[in-house]
Design a protein around this ligand. Structure first.
Ligand SMILES: [Zn+2]
Length: 732
């Protein structure tokens, strides 16, 4: 049978395809390049007696699913009768091959099956049989699970892969875990391997100041990649070249970039706002993962339809608005949908209606949702090296909060941006007008050189906090690695790495001070300064002070730079009689602007990005937005007017532009679970047209209407009269 994507899609509803077709053996693109819609029924042990296979087959058809994740072997037991005696069988029906039956039915329906493993733990009996497989503490006590350097990982798990392939021929494998933990394992395998490969004995403790411990961390990361490669060698040898192992990746994982370079698709394990923080960050994560694996590869995300958001109520439906907004925001960022249930039999039936409309809309609009290039001129930098070696176990506070706060400011300011890994900047530096380094504390000399060259050639830079003050090991430098670019120098020792998570009663004093001529009470001994102020301080003409909350260190500033605000140290807030400034003025800089080479530079030692995530003060967002607008100049590809909290994501496909809008108003600005939408509109949108896009037609793919575009001065203008949850506008 000849096979094209078209007849595959048509056939899922009608004809039956054989397993060879599903596995991509007949000349079509391999499954991992063409499966866009996935489902996972994460089966419990009880499901062996309650899996209504005929109903689920209908449900997969109704939801236009192309691939399934099916549980094969977990930490506790195996969903098929394994020949390995240590694999405990199902307690309800030991001889039923549930995995095999589901796989066979799926193959008959033309669906791809990825076997779900969980090799992060093992059942009873393993320790008695193989005590040498287990992790050990320093004093030789066994840990909870098998060691990644043991034969369990190298021989036993590969044996399970081979058995599963032999029995049921799934198209690929994923694993929920199995990459070891953060604790040092002192088992004999680890001790021997570390000695052979590194030439040292294992570090005594997790002491980041010990170079041997840092070597152990790097060695452990390399081992994870070795296992990834080993798994792929095993699955491909037994199942054919397309039988790949594709693991799972999690947000802010330390080695996602290296995994992306060796994986034909990425599977993201972040199932709700509980994992991602917000709908906007879900879109951000999708764009980050695509920036690593490429925009023509599939990145699919597990999206929970049960109550995953607050507490894990496995058997309760997430409100449709919450689950749907999560799916839509992920799709807007480039995730392909993969809906997820726990257990095959649910008594809360509401969740069985959530996926269908989203999946059918996805199928209808599939061509606009894959193989597209994002359009943005601001790059917000992430660094795995800095998270590990500067973050030193405190990455959420030191690295993630500043990144997340900067993303929040960009979202609020509606300036399109792309997340970019620091080691991926150089080959695509021309696409960015501005790079943002949100407290990238640890940077190698080479990474500093890349940023320096970017600015020299005319790119603009915003850097915050202690960016570049630490080296690739996370050890403090004598001065910022980017000191010449920042025009700022550290005169003394590096400040404490840890910053206070609490909000201090400190301020930033804006320059020049204008209050002598501003409405309000007057005293005699105030500075008589006059404007104009720098554009970075736009909108603050009636204040000389901004709330701050963080702390700052004295810096020496080069004479060619301008200090736009200085630190006012903390003073009492309570009782109110004590609330007066003890030290009104310092020369400790909070924001330094200027230029280096041909580029503009804003260095913000004040960690307003982190503060904006913690305190959500609008003034912090406004100042960050001002800096983004000042550095970007007129290099902003589209503008959007109208009130609301809106995610706007622009893509290009050859001669067309695609703008995906997601309405986060009332749903994405808090922790409360969404159960309704807050429609907004009209929105006025102006998109700059690149060469090759004519904008002769405008199609609205959610409200299903067309509009006549208005083109003037190289841009197209149009209105979205009403935005309920999302809209996708095709301009071509
Ligand atoms: Zn070990």
């Amino acid at each position: 049978m000849t096979f094209t994507r078209g007849n595959f899609l048509d056939a899922t509803g009608a004809a039956v395809l054989d397993a060879a077709v599903a596995s991509g053996q007949s000349g079509a693109a391999p499954w991992y390049a063409r499966c866009y819609r996935w489902a996972q029924i994460n089966t419990s042990e009880k499901d062996v007696v309650q899996y209504d296979l005929p109903w689920w087959r209908e449900q997969w058809k109704r939801t236009a699913v192309q691939g399934l994740f099916v549980n094969a072997a977990g930490t506790e037991f195996t969903q098929y009768p394994s020949k390995f005696p240590l694999q405990r069988r199902n307690r309800f029906l030991p001889d039923r091959d549930l995995f095999g039956e589901i796989t066979e039915a799926a193959h008959r329906d033309g669906l791809v099956v990825v076997a779900r493993m969980d090799s992060s733990g093992v059942g009873e009996g393993f320790f008695q049989a193989h005590p040498d497989w287990f992790t050990r503490t320093r004093d030789g006590q066994p840990g909870n699970g098998p060691c990644i350097n043991s034969p369990y990982r190298e021989e036993y798990v590969p044996g399970l892969y081979r058995e599963i392939i032999e029995r049921s021929r799934p198209e690929g494998f994923m694993d929920n875990g199995g990459f070891g933990g953060a604790a040092i394992c002192y088992c004999e395998n680890c001790a021997r391997r570390f000695r052979d490969q590194i030439g040292k004995t294992l570090p005594n403790s997790a002491d980041w100041n010990d170079p041997v411990y840092r070597e152990w961390v790097r060695w452990g990361q390399a081992r994870q990649l070795e296992i990834w490669d080993l798994n792929n060698r095993v699955t491909k040898a037994a199942g054919g070249p397309n039988c790949v192992y594709v693991g799972l990746v999690r947000k802010f994982q330390a080695n996602t970039r290296a995994i992306a370079k060796r994986s034909p698709l990425l599977l993201a394990d972040s199932q709700s706002r509980n994992d991602e923080g917000s709908f906007r960050e879900n879109a951000d994560e999708a764009r980050y993962m695509h920036s690593l694996v490429g925009w023509n590869s599939v990145v699919s995300q597990s999206m929970a339809l049960y109550h995953h958001s607050h507490g894990y109520f496995r058997f309760a439906s997430d409100p449709p608005a919450e689950a749907r907004m999560y799916m839509l925001s992920g799709m807007a960022g480039g995730f392909q949908p993969w809906y997820h249930h726990i257990g095959a039999y649910g008594e809360d039936r509401r969740m069985y209606h959530t996926a269908e409309p989203v999946m059918l809309w996805h199928k209808k609009n599939e061509r606009y949702l894959v193989n597209r290039t994002p359009v943005a001129t601001v790059g917000v930098v992430r660094s795995e090296l800095s998270s590990v070696f500067y973050g030193r176990g405190a990455a959420p506070q030191l690295m993630q909060m500043p990144y997340r706060g900067m993303v929040r400011a960009l979202f609020r300011t509606r300036i399109p941006y792309l997340p970019v890994h620091i080691d991926d900047i150089e080959p695509q530096a021309d696409r960015f007008a501005v790079l943002v380094l949100p407290n990238i504390g640890g940077m190698s000399d080479e990474q500093c050189a890349v940023i320096r060259r970017f600015v020299e050639r005319g790119g603009s830079l915003i850097a915050t906090g202690v960016t570049s003050l630490y080296d690739a090991d996370g050890e403090p430098r004598a001065d910022f690695g980017l000191a010449p670019v920042f025009g700022a120098h550290l005169p003394g020792p590096a400040p404490d790495r840890m910053v206070s998570p609490e909000t201090l009663h400190s301020y930033l004093r804006l320059r020049p001070e204008l209050r002598a001529s501003v409405f309000g009470p007057h005293v005699s001994d105030v500075p008589r300064e006059s404007g104009p102020r720098h554009p970075a301080l736009a909108g603050f003409d009636e204040t000389d002070l901004l709330a701050f909350g963080g702390s700052l260190t004295a810096l020496r500033v080069d004479p060619d730079r301008i200090v736009l605000c200085t630190f006012v140290p903390p003073f009492p807030t309570y009782p109110p009689e004590t609330a007066w400034m003890r030290q009104e003025r310092t020369d400790i800089p909070g924001l330094i602007v200027g230029s280096y080479g041909k580029g503009k530079v804003a260095f913000l030692p004040a960690d307003l990005d982190r503060r904006y995530m913690l305190d959500t003060l609008p003034d912090h967002g406004r100042l960050l937005g001002n800096l983004l607008r000042w550095t970007a100049g007129d290099n902003i590809p589209f503008t959007l007017e109208g009130s609301g909290y809106i995610g706007a994501y622009l893509y290009r496909q050859e001669n067309r532009l695609i703008l995906h809008l997601v309405n986060g108003t009332g749903t994405d600005n808090g922790e409360q679970i969404s159960d309704e939408y807050f429609p907004i509109g009209p929105l006025k949108i102006r998109v700059r047209l690149p060469d090759g896009v004519k904008a002769q037609s405008l199609k609205f793919q959610v409200s299903e209407r067309v509009a006549r575009p208005r083109v003037s001065q190289g841009s197209v203008e149009f209105q979205v009269p009403r935005l309920i949850d999302h809209e996708l506008v095709v301009i071509e």
